[in-house]
Design a protein around this ligand. Sequence first.
Ligand SMILES: [Zn+2]
Length: 313
Amino acid sequence: MTGLIEHTISPLRLTGNINRLYVTSDFGSRGAGYHHGIDLVGYDGTLRKTDVIVPIAGVVTRNYWSETVGWVVHIKHQTIITRYYHLEKQSALQIGQSVAVGDLIGPMGSTGSTSNGNHLHFEVRDLTDSEAQDPKPWIRGEKTDGKAPEQPENGGQETQPEKATPYLRLPYRNGSTREYVYSTTKEALAGDNSIGYLDPHQSGNYIARYDACPVVVYHNGISNKVGFVKYEGGVPIKDTAKLVRNTYQNGSTRENVYATTKDAQEQKNAIGYLDPWQKCDCVGRFEAYPVVVYFNGTSNKTGFVRYEGGLVY
Ligand SMILES: [Zn+2]
């Protein structure tokens, strides 16, 4: 089947209006041949070129040129190998480099004699790099890499992962004075250690409310930034009750938390972290980075993370 596909993981960076994945050619028999992967583009009502990113953490095993499929990268994961064809140019990733979800592989392209337009050819193979699998169950999150937690909180009972509810963003509008922004509700309530501020009448997105403090995402001139504020921004409390809190579960490694999407992208200036398998709330997603709210032992804290945490968007 060609057309839109629901995704839990995405090998394309989906940001802004280009927030859906579109399959232009499916896995399996195709004419006289066999298609060992699926062809993907971004979608915002029309087909779009986007960046190719790492959908599952792993290690880069190949980065080479092929006459037929152009610039290629292979990534080895715990249980599979993924392949990325037709990249616009050679990837900057190094062989042996560990990569995290969201890392840039390279811009989508149309290199190689078998490509007839910008798209990503995405393949999933077993660890012997021989047999190709249908990538769609991986994209949908029906198949996942790595181990599940050994001692789940429910005592080992099988549970289906909950499907995330689409997030709401309410329009926040600051009042006539500067409004300071904080990483934790404790600091917001005390007015200590602000990490930024909204100018008078500046707009933002109101995405959650904890301890009577709104969680606001706003543009600081460089990047999207998230934090708690004290002022409600003109949004009625009854409307904030409709905001969505999904459950986020971290994977097997520590996950850093960042105040801005730029810091998340560059993996700089982490303001905290989630422990392996830690569960918390996820209250939004900006530029492919989930916004989490977690308890840091003292207070609720918010920030962006890089890992999708098993959520369906
Ligand atoms: Zn293909």
